[in-house]
Design a protein around this ligand. Structure first.
Ligand code: PLP
Length: 401
């Protein structure tokens, strides 16, 4: 097969980079297949099985013939369930209606649809940085320009309304938000979010708020932009079932936006993937509507994440030179790699050393535009998290000498 660089590609994908997080997992799998003992803390994927009551709902759906196309925007019971959950948990800027919800193949597609529909050539999009790797690619695929706004590590890399304002120009068209954040685990307070949304509303910017980790928070429940936005007129909230319900492979996510935009997102999706998997949609209805069972399952998983976080942080703090953020949500530890010489990226060098010598896969911060840092996922068995964190400390000491 010829290398991609020799294939004359269109301008659409001229700047496209492979997802670094997926690349790390592939390399880890290849080493494992070659007989190496590798602990994969690269993937952002809960290690739990999807709760049984959700699997049962999928089986019932399949047996009752729910195997055909659905409406592009998703089945009404799921859109109603999303609207009901949002109104019940995060009511603020008005009740959410089913016609404001579009169900997609994962929150990844929901985010892509929103970026593609709202941003285009000449537009600038503010991206609090470090951020999840795909925001930069999605905005670029829409041929808009990314404007990274680098947060202060002393404040968990969170950005403020003032920082966003300082990076804005007449071309600013919108911003991406993600709280709890991948890769930092930081959670924006209600006040911080309110200030940012007030600025966005005043400037007429679109806010795309990725709230996929909102139910995985270790202190008070994380705030949704739905609770604090002055209006939902220019707000797109993205969520899904992947992380909180251990349903990564089911591929169900959604947008909540004003109804006219929901119609545009539906039209866009009608020409790409049409409806998300019918069976998965029925499973997601169970996840959202069987509230007692869901709350028990989510609560138990979050408790386990909390324990793993605490254990891993305890081990990392045995080495006082390691600068690590204390995550308040999601399931990632973000830490600064030992300094590298000669202009090399410290995070790349550390991640490569850990994989090749220490047998631990983690994601270098270059993926999140923070080249001196690395991301460690603790969505893995506790024994693996413990063992891998000891190896991280060992590698840190080796490379710091
Ligand atoms: N948003 C963030 C911040 C993520 O970390 C991920 C997955 O890693 C996604 C979105 C995509 O989730 P989904 O599986 O729903 O497409």
């Amino acid at each position: 097969m010829p290398p991609a660089s020799t294939i004359p590609l269109s301008a659409n994908v001229a700047q496209l980079r492979e997802s670094a997080t997926i690349a790390v997992s592939q390399r880890a799998r290849a080493l494992r297949d070659a007989g190496r003992d590798i602990i994969d803390l690269g993937a952002g994927e809960p290690d739990f099985d999807t709760p049984e009551f959700i699997r049962r709902a999928a089986q019932r759906a399949m047996d009752s013939g729910a195997t055909r196309y659905t409406a592009v925007e998703g089945i009404l019971p799921l859109r109603q369930a999303v609207a009901e959950e949002a109104s019940h948990r995060w009511a603020g800027a008005g009740r959410v209606q089913a016609d404001e919800v579009v169900v997609s193949t994962g929150s990844k597609q929901a985010l892509f649809n929103a970026c593609f529909a709202l941003f285009g050539p000449g537009d600038e999009v503010l991206i609090p940085t470090p951020s999840w790797t795909s925001y930069y690619e999605m905005v670029t695929l829409a041929r808009a320009s990314c404007v990274p706004v680098v947060g202060d590590p002393a404040n968990g890399f969170k950005v403020t309304a003032d920082m966003l304002c300082a990076h804005s120009t007449a071309r600013t068209r919108g911003l991406m938000l993600n709280s709890p954040s991948n890769p930092t685990g930081s959670v924006y307070s209600a006040v911080e979010l309110r200030d940012i949304l007030a600025l966005a509303a005043e400037r007429g910017w679109w806010t795309i708020s990725d709230e996929i980790y909102i139910r995985i928070a270790y202190g008070a429940p994380a705030t949704s932009t739905l609770q604090v936005a002055p209006s939902r007129e220019r707000l797109v909230v993205v969520n899904g079932v992947a992380k909180a319900y251990a349903m990564t492979g089911w591929r169900i996510g959604w947008t909540i936006s004003v109804a006219p935009l929901a119609r545009v997102l539906t039209a866009l999706q009608s020409h790409t993937t049409s409806n998300a998997s019918t069976i998965s949609q029925h499973a997601a209805v169970a996840a959202l509507t069987m509230r007692d069972a869901a709350d028990a399952a989510v609560g138990a998983m979050v408790e386990q994440f909390r324990t793993r976080r605490d254990v891993a942080l305890g081990i990392l703090r045995e080495e006082p030179r390691i600068q690590v953020l204390s995550p308040e949500g999601a399931f990632y530890l973000f830490l600064r790699a030992p300094a590298a010489e000669g202009g090399a990226s410290a995070g790349d060098r550390f991640a490569e050393h850990l994989l090749e010598v220490g047998g631990v896969a983690l994601v270098p911060g270059t993926a999140f535009m923070a080249p001196d840092w690395v991301r460690v996922s603790y969505a893995a068995k506790q024994s693996q998290v413990e063992e891998a964190t000891h190896r991280v400390v060992q590698a840190f000491r080796t490379l710091s000498r």
